[in-house]
Each structure stands twice: as structure tokens, then as C-alpha cells.
Design a protein around this ligand. Structure first.
Ligand code: 6GU
Length: 305
């Protein structure tokens, strides 16, 4: 998968060099490129923002640097652009686009884009994610959706946002997706991009070492994860639940599943209410009823304890 990030703080994205995502980049599984928006300004002061029409507090990001930056990303990613660059004629702004230090995948025409060029999926418009508290809320389902894409581009806004005409213009060449991390306000999109790239990247085959760990984590099945324990079995007077020492794997699985329901009821009643009770097994229902849960009007409930 190819990921481009455009930001006025490219250094913010240096964390993408680390851990599993950094390793995936080194291995060529992820092709991540970070670009400095200011490289696409044309004035002496490298201006990216101006005062809002209609008045009000704060500054608005200018449309033109965004269009130039996104055009450069498109030129670099399209088969024609890749061929041009490989022929030694990079587009005007390519030389100023920053690759992260140690990014071995900064060359155009990587195995990833070369091997998928010409396939129907490669001809799909790239997705442009615009991080914004005014976006649709990012969740695990969206992470899975993004993980299927060939090319994700992130436009990190700062200040009061990006001139809306740049967003409208981008709806031509891109599938534009305004996305929020949740109902609170950050100063810019960079931290949100770190979170989203990690959530999406780890779903791509070859990024997480043991794919089984993806199956049992929180949100994989709409429930929160069960609690986990490791050695020693007794610590500061606290013993682990005895069932985990029983060696009875069916009992352990049953206990863990019930713990998931209890934890979800405690912490995320909204998720519990969203459980499709038609998918619950007879064994689930028996265990849930014994634990005080009930199904009322097709909705799973548990009186607070
Ligand atoms: Cl994605 N961006 C900004 N600036 N603030 C946010 C957010 C995103 N998600 C929650 N708050």
C-alpha cells in the first residue's frame, strides 16, 4: 500500500519510522512518503494560511498550495508520472517533497506500485483522508475499509481548516473522506494521521507478525477485549482467575467471552446495545442469562450491578 501524508510539520510523522509500521516500510510492505506543504508555496514567505473571509478567529489554509501538493502526489503515483520520474524527469515539485529519514521506499516505481499498475484496483481514484473534528468518526470498520486500498493520501490541516474550495476541487481526482478521531479537538491532523496509519497499517498482511492476534482484540467482533494476565500467578496478594490455570480450553474460552460482555456492558453500553443478538449462540445465551444479562426487544441488556 502506498501512503502519502502532506503536512506543514513533516517532522511530526517521524514516528512512522518506528515499531511495526517502520519495519513494514523497511520490508517494502508499506510505501509511506511525507511531504512538506510549504514546498508547494510560491511566495518568498512560503505562506500557507490567511485570514477567513467573513471574519472570525484564526487562520484558514490557502487552497493553492494544497492543490499543487496533491497534484504532485497524483503525478508521482500515476503510471505515467512514475514512468516520467524513472526516466529522470521528475515533476516540478517532486524534488522538494520530503521523504522521511531512512525511508528506503522513497524511489518512484516501487515494487508495490509497479506490480499493481494496470490492474482495475490500481486505476481507482486514490482516497484522500482529511482529518477534521467535523469528519465521520474513524472506527475499526473504517480501518478495515482503508486497509483494502492501494493508495491513501492524508491532508493534515492546521488552524481553522483548509479553504473548502480545495476540498471540493480534490473530489475530482480523489475519493475525499473527512474523518475525525472522536468528539474532541486537536490542533492539527498530524496526531490523527499517526493513529489512523497505525490502525490501518497493522491490518495489512505482513505488518503484524501473528495475524491471529487481530482476531481476538477489542472491536474485532464488536465487543471489548477480555482481561489478560501473565506470570506470576499471584502478585501483591492478587491471584489470577483460577479458570485460567484449569487447562480446560473450552471453559477458558467461555469465561473470556463472558468477560467481554461484562466489560462491554461496564464501559461501552453503546456497543453492547449494538450487538446483533441473532448472532449469539445458544451457549452464549445460556451463559449470558446465568450472568444476569437478558435480551429485551432483540437488544442485549444487563442491569447495572
Ligand atoms: Cl482527525 N483532526 C483534528 N484537528 N481534531 C480532531 C480530529 C482530527 N479528531 C478529533 N479531533
Amino acid at each position: 500500500m502506498r501512503i502519502d501524508v502532506v503536512s506543514i510539520f513533516p517532522e511530526y510523522l517521524a514516528a512512522l519510522d518506528l515499531s511495526l509500521i517502520g519495519k513494514a516500510r523497511q520490508d517494502g510492505v508499506l510505501d509511506v512518503r511525507v511531504h512538506d506543504l510549504r514546498s508547494f508555496t510560491t511566495d518568498r514567505h512560503r505562506t500557507v494560511d490567511d485570514t477567513p473571509y467573513g471574519g472570525g478567529a484564526g487562520m484558514v489554509m490557502k487552497a493553492e498550495p494544497w492543490a499543487l501538493a496533491l497534484e504532485a502526489v497524483l503525478a508521482d503515483a500515476s503510471p505515467a508520472g512514475a514512468a516520467d520520474a524513472a526516466g529522470g524527469a521528475p515533476a516540478a515539485h517532486d524534488g522538494t517533497a520530503d521523504a522521511l529519514p531512512g525511508d528506503g521506499s522513497a524511489t518512484v516505481g516501487s515494487t508495490d506500485s509497479a506490480s499493481s499498475a494496470g490492474t482495475p484496483s490500481a486505476r481507482r481514484r486514490p482516497t484522500l483522508v482529511v482529518p477534521s473534528p467535523a469528519g465521520a468518526v474513524f472506527d475499526q470498520a473504517m480501518a478495515y475499509e482503508f486497509a483494502e486500498l492501494d493508495h491513501l493520501v492524508f491532508a493534515c490541516g492546521r488552524y481553522e481548516g483548509i479553504d473548502e474550495r480545495a476540498i471540493d476541487w480534490a473530489r475530482g481526482p480523489f475519493d475525499v473522506r473527512p474523518v475525525s478521531l472522536g468528539d474532541y479537538v486537536l490542533n492539527g491532523g498530524e496526531v490523527a494521521v499517526l493513529a489512523m496509519v497505525e490502525a490501518v497499517g497493522r491490518l495489512i498482511p505482513g505488518v503484524v507478525g501473528n495475524p491471529e492476534s487481530l482476531l481476538e482484540e477489542s472491536h474485532a467482533d464488536g465487543l471489548l477485549e477480555y482481561p489478560v494476565y501473565t506470570k506470576p500467578s499471584s502478585w501483591r496478594g492478587r491471584d489470577i482467575p483460577e479458570v485460567l490455570l484449569s487447562g480446560n480450553h473450552a471453559r477458558i474460552a467461555q469465561w473470556r467471552r463472558l468477560e467481554q460482555f461484562h466489560r462491554t456492558a461496564d464501559r461501552r453500553p453503546d456497543l453492547l446495545a449494538a450487538v446483533d443478538t441473532a448472532t449469539l449462540t445458544k451457549a452464549d445465551l445460556t451463559a449470558l442469562r446465568a450472568a444476569g444479562f437478558d435480551v429485551v426487544d432483540g437488544m442485549l441488556t444487563r442491569p447495572p450491578h
